[in-house]
Design a protein around this ligand. Structure first.
Ligand code: FAD
Length: 355
């Protein structure tokens, strides 16, 4: 991974808003579609600054499923989420985007002269002439179980909501909670290296791919996975953040303690638009409504792409977000280069600087 720190942010006194970066386009969100938007803008000579709440680029792919294969990226029969992000980063790199990570965009204001000013949670001002909103479902985080002392166990990594490196669970006792694809897929994957895998679900029916559920049940039949059904998480036992048991309970209050070094809780994501909802954008059920051919929002100069954008026929797929990135970049070009004709060209005829 490259060093993403901006090298030209001026010194400033804490608390005062200062202009951190000026660029042609601000891309809000460094998920797959935001990264591809940097490439598409770069091909049209537009410089981007990319801002993300998370400390690392990659959005959902990197944060939630870095090792899970994606099968519907054209020309990649299978590619892991993390690898897709590395490749997108490399593809964008020749255009030298400035990454401002670990800060949320709090405010978006239109200024005179076709300028926009974005204010980040670090009190920086980013000044641009167009905005591509690639903010996914907004700032996201895992749904956390209501357990005592949870924070202490999270701090040590004993309780987690994603698997970044599978190897960390080798020879460990792992309790996996949840009934969706993540729970079932990780149970199947970790059973081969973990000392013990227990899957906790509150009802017999899983919401995961039937083939995977069948594999899990077969593995349980062979004693490779223990199923704790119908149980719910009830408590964590251990000391100083080190876990030794996860306590489970039925709805009737019958309890049992399962030996565990780790709890992996896969209860889905809580997603909220956060400040984006206050920017005056057209919204439909927490998504930003856009014009399909240009991804233009109701604010001229602000375009939305990827999971956050909606229009009739929208598919929430990465590949759809890629095409939206191209449409948004082309639609923004006249704003950055007024009066300059944009002749459509293929990338093959442009000669991209490949770094
Ligand atoms: C387990 C799982 C498996 C999946 N498998 C597939 C698959 O096989 N194929 C497929 O096509 N899709 C798949 N998806 C969906 C895919 O990951 C999403 O469609 C894709 O990540 C959307 O990309 P995005 O760039 O629009 O948004 P995201 O990846 O959500 O990135 C948005 C980024 O914006 C940031 N952000 C939000 N608000 C702000 C703000 N105010 N300021 C700064 N930053 C902000 C967030 O922190 C985030 O990093 C899967 C998703 C999951 C969870």
């Amino acid at each position: 991974m490259l060093d993403h720190s901006p090298d030209h942010a001026p010194h400033h006194s804490p608390g005062t808003a200062h202009v951190a970066v000026e660029a042609d386009v601000a891309v809000i969100g460094a998920g797959p579609t935001g990264l591809f938007a940097v490439f598409e803008c770069g091909m049209l000579r537009m410089k981007c600054v990319v801002i993300d709440t998370l400390e690392a680029i990659g959005g959902q792919c990197a944060a939630l499923y870095p090792e899970k294969p994606i099968y519907d990226i054209p020309a990649h029969p299978a590619i892991a989420g993390g690898e897709l992000i590395e490749r997108l980063e490399a593809q964008a790199a020749p255009f030298a985007p400035v990454y401002l990570l670990g800060r949320r965009v709090e405010a978006l204001q239109e200024k005179d002269g076709g300028l926009f000013e974005l204010r980040t949670s670090k009190n920086e001002i980013v000044r641009v002439r167009a905005v591509i909103l690639a903010a996914g479902a907004g700032a996201f985080g895992p749904n956390r179980p209501p357990l005592n002392d949870l924070a202490a166990f999270e701090a040590t990594g004993a309780v987690r909501y994603m698997v970044a490196r599978r190897e960390e669970f080798r020879n460990k006792r792992v309790v996996i909670a949840g009934g969706g694809d993540s729970a079932v897929d990780w149970a199947l994957s970790l059973k081969d290296i973990a000392a013990r895998v227990t899957v906790v679900h509150r009802r017999p029916k899983f919401r995961a791919a039937p083939e995977s559920v069948a594999q899990m049940e077969a593995a349980a039949g062979r004693g490779e996975i223990e199923l704790a059904i119908p149980y719910q998480l009830h408590g964590l036992r251990g000391g100083q953040g080190e876990l030794d048991h996860v306590v489970l309970a039925t709805l009737k209050g019958e309890e049992k303690a399962v030996p565990a070094d780790h709890l992996l809780a896969f209860f889905g994501l809580s997603m909220e638009l956060g400040p984006i909802a206050e920017w005056g954008l057209g919204l439909e059920r927490s998504h930003v409504t856009v014009e399909p051919a240009t991804c233009a929002t109701n604010i001229p100069g602000v375009h939305a792409i990827g999971d956050i954008a909606t229009y009739p026929g929208k598919l929430k797929l990465i590949l759809q977000g890629f095409s939206e990135a191209a449409m948004a970049a082309h639609a923004i070009h006249p704003r950055i280069f007024p009066g300059e004709a944009l002749h459509f060209e293929y990338s093959t005829s442009k000669g991209v600087p490949l770094g």
